[in-house]
Design a protein. Sequence first.
Length: 156
Amino acid sequence: MAKARGLDYSELEKLHKSFKKIDKAEVFEKMLKEFMVKQGIKIVRNAKNRTTVVTGALRASWGLGRDNLQSASGDGSEVDFESTQPDAVEVKGRNYDLTVWNGMEYAAAYEFGRPEINYPAHYPLTLSMDEIYNQMPEQFKVDFEAWVKQMGIPFD
């Protein structure tokens, strides 16, 4: 217990130690990347749920992250986007980018339609991105508060 001039500074010392944990920018950046991956997973889940099924190939081909994109065959085989790591998020200045994709060659036509052949747009990705984007501020607040408490910093 640290005392100076009769005052107990132990709580202040605990606070100082917890701030030292997040002193490096990498710790906060890792939390941001993990948050982005969680939001990306939600987007992919929603896009899958909004994708109608004929053969199942289009629905199964949604993915997340550039690493998975390069290995996507577009054959409709299920991609394990749940295992996407935070390093899949690209940091460009103050922006954090995460790629959501579909490996099927007709995915763009399904998303945006083909007016020349009277094929309607379905927008599974666009609608999913809009939905999650609108939820992100509140979700970030919840996740950030939990992260701060995990770091041992009192937060009210």
